[in-house]
Design a protein around this ligand. Structure first.
Ligand SMILES: NC(=O)c1ccc[n+]([C@@H]2O[C@H](COP(=O)([O-])OP(=O)(O)OC[C@H]3O[C@@H](n4cnc5c(N)ncnc54)[C@H](OP(=O)(O)O)[C@@H]3O)[C@@H](O)[C@H]2O)c1
Length: 254
């Protein structure tokens, strides 16, 4: 294979990287010297982050990924492994949200969120696990959970249940793969001001209600979450696995 990442160069694969936390994470890892593969359902949405990474001199591979399709997951991971020769770090950031009263949730809505957030995240981890275990290489995975996976909130049932599954999946994989030198951690952000949350947070009343629940009385930034990913995949975090880092301004400290 040609032009693969040289030995000693670390490589990362960040899903849901077109904007928000995923884009900030791709840029933060690039600043740490990683070659970075970025994925989104609509590959054209990656143009901005790809341009930024390229201007930093980073080797970047954009890939299409639909977490609702097993063949898309296999294809995306194969594309990245083929391009870089190996993947050292996987950041399972992509996910979808849902706001609906429990009594109104349809089977289709349940299925869509579970398929993307839980099934998709697991099979991305499985692909990465096969790659690392098969190659006898250590590696690191960070899964994006949410405070909704830890504490209850009306109207967030499917999303919260999917994120709780990600937190538990993280522990299970951390234990199973520790013997292979693979660390698996999660981050559970509170509200982070990303483009996908902009409409929701534009309503002043909603904003105030949400802020009043946060002891630090502000929302998080994508860059703050990205900094936590950087730490969790770094050698400084070599003794951390199976952990979910709460990043919520103290929301879940009550
Ligand atoms: N923002 C917050 O307040 C907050 C709080 C807690 C947790 N989180 C979690 O943090 C992660 C990132 O959140 P965000 O707000 O930065 O962005 P987001 O809007 O939640 O995620 C956007 C990214 O996910 C991709 N994506 C959506 N559906 C996908 C699918 N089926 N397959 C593959 N990729 C898919 C999108 O690609 P396309 O654009 O091409 O569709 C986009 O790149 C999510 O897992 C979210 O649940 C966010």
């Amino acid at each position: 294979m040609q032009n693969q990442s040289p030995a000693g160069k670390r490589t990362a694969f960040v899903t849901g990287a077109s904007y928000g936390i995923g884009a900030a994470t791709a840029l933060a890892l690039a600043r740490d010297g990683f070659d970075v593969a970025v994925a989104a359902t609509r590959v054209e949405n990656l143009a901005d982050v790809v341009a930024k990474l390229t201007s930093m001199g980073t080797r970047v591979v954009p890939v299409a990924l639909n977490l609702g399709s097993h063949s898309s997951i296999e294809q995306a991971m194969a594309t990245v492994i083929d391009a870089f020769g190996r993947v050292d770090v996987l950041v399972n950031n992509a996910g979808i949200s849902n706001r609906k009263a429990a009594v109104d949730i349809t089977p289709e809505e349940w299925e869509a969120v579970m398929q993307t957030n839980v099934t998709g995240t697991f099979f991305m981890c499985q692909q990465m696990g096969r790659h690392l275990v098969g190659g006898g290489r250590p590696g690191s995975i960070v899964n994006m959970a949410s405070t909704h996976g830890v504490v209850g909130l009306a109207g967030r049932l499917i999303y919260g249940t999917s994120k709780a599954a990600i937190i538990h999946m993280t522990k299970m994989l951390a234990i199973e793969w520790a013997q292979h030198g693979i660390r698996v951690n999660a981050i559970a952000p509170g509200t982070v001001e990303t483009p996908s949350r902009a409409v929701f947070l534009a309503d002043p009343k909603t904003r105030e209600t949400m802020l009043n629940r946060v002891p630090l009385h502000r929302f998080g930034t994508a860059e703050e979450v990205a900094a936590a990913v950087r730490y969790l995949v770094s050698p400084e975090a070599a003794y951390i696995t199976g952990h979910t880092l709460m990043m919520d301004g103290g929301l879940t400290a009550y």
